[in-house]
Ligand binder design. Structure first.
Ligand code: 6GU
Length: 281
């Protein structure tokens, strides 16, 4: 997988060379390139933002800087003579129009000009990024992350690239406000790349953990030695050696903890699945 990250603070991502992510890059599983958005500015001040049209506080990131950046990462050039009012949209050729291999290629390129590529902009006003999204994105060949700063970016950026047929997504990582997209991109990159085949030493740890698979429950609590510590004992059942009882104990604990801490996850469970899994234990 190839990942490009664009930010006005590219040094922020130096940490991605550490630890497991660094090893994955050394082993060729993954390559991450960071870019400075200001490299695509032309004015002496290297400005990437401007005041919001319509008024209001803060600054908004300019569409031209982002489009020059994204076009160059995508390897495309914008032809101004092709400029058109979106109300006068040029329609992609329909199946009925395809008469040659060239037509077919053009039709396909209109559907997805960069197969296997997804562009992702963190945005606190977007849908929540979930484990399912991480799972889906870990199958992609290339991810391009654009970090917004300040009060956001011009809304025509996602609209334009989506209309061009690119898989352009915006995600929030939680219901709180960060100063910019850098922390959100770090979180998404980590969630996605650890799912790459060969990334984790023990692939079982991915299957068992929270939020994975259709039984999205919080995990049961874990203990290690010593069995007694500061007056607290590890639950007896876990030391009984009875695997069926241990599984049942853990499953019950996962259900109770999920009901208490994340009732929203319990609501998403399908009763049929729950009974089937529970009978197997
Ligand atoms: Cl994706 N960006 C910012 N700036 N704040 C956030 C966020 C993203 N997700 C949660 N808070």
């Amino acid at each position: 997988m190839k990942i490009d990250i664009v930010s006005v603070f590219p040094e922020y991502f130096d940490v991605l060379n550490l630890s497991l992510l660094g090893k994955a890059q050394e082993h060729g599983l993954l390559s991450i390139d960071t870019h400075d958005l200001r490299d695509w500015t032309h004015d002496v001040h290297h400005s990437v933002d401007d005041t919001p049209i319509g008024g209001g506080a803060g600054m908004v990131m300019k569409p031209e800087v982002w489009s020059e950046c994204l076009d160059s990462l995508l390897g495309v050039t914008y032809d101004a003579s092709d400029a058109r009012d979106v109300n006068d949209a040029k329609h992609a050729p329909s199946l009925a129009d395809i008469e040659s291999a060239d037509d077919a290629e053009y039709a396909l390129s209109a559907i997805d000009p960069a197969p296997g590529t997804t562009i992702i902009f963190p945005n606190p006003s977007a849908p929540l990024f979930t484990q399912d999204d991480a799972q889906e994105l870990s199958q992609q060949k290339r991810l391009i992350f654009g970090c917004g700063r300040y009060e956001g970016y011009d809304a025509r950026i996602p609209a334009y690239y989506s209309a061009q047929g690119y898989d352009f997504r915006e995600y929030s990582i939680g219901d709180y406000v960060l100063n910019g997209g850098e922390v959100a991109v770090s979180a998404m990159v980590e969630a996605i790349t650890r799912l790459l085949p060969g990334f984790m030493g023990n692939p079982d740890s991915i299957v068992e953990e929270s939020y994975t698979g259709k039984q999205a429950l919080l995990e049961y609590r874990q203990y290690t030695r010593p069995a007694q510590w500061r007056g607290r004992d590890v639950p007896d059942i876990l030391r009984s050696g009875d695997h069926a009882k241990v599984d049942r104990f853990r499953r019950d604990e996962a259900l109770v903890r999920t009901a208490n801490i994340r009732p929203d996850l319990i609501e998403q469970l399908r009763v049929e699945d729950l009974d089937k899994v529970d009978r197997k234990l």
